[in-house]
Ligand binder design. Sequence first.
Ligand SMILES: [Zn+2]
Length: 132
Amino acid sequence: MQEVIPGLDPERGLGPLRDQIPEHYGDVGGGWRDILERAHAAALESNPDYRVTQVKEKFGGLRLYLVGVGGAVTDPFEQESYTTCERCGKPGALRRPGGWYLTLCAEHTIAREAEVAAQVDEMNRLLGIDED
Ligand SMILES: [Zn+2]
């Protein structure tokens, strides 16, 4: 039996849409957990029946795709993610370690660069390429 969400047409293939932000805490790095908790509270205040279609990181920032809650509610939290390390929650900035946009603190930027360097070394080893 499908739950019917007011204002949503169940024939349009949007799926069950039963969940809210807490079911998606694991979809992005743990450093953004506090942002997600506050976004959930704000979304509930705006619409207690809101639903999530997706919570993810894109181009280094948090993206909240919600049904029943407008961008005026979610935009400030998405903006805040660009100054918050996705891994640890400390102050961070949008960076590009290894060619991939991420919002990280200085410490996790160094850690990420080391991970990327190790991956490149491993790839070269597997391909039999000698670096020097
Ligand atoms: Zn960090």
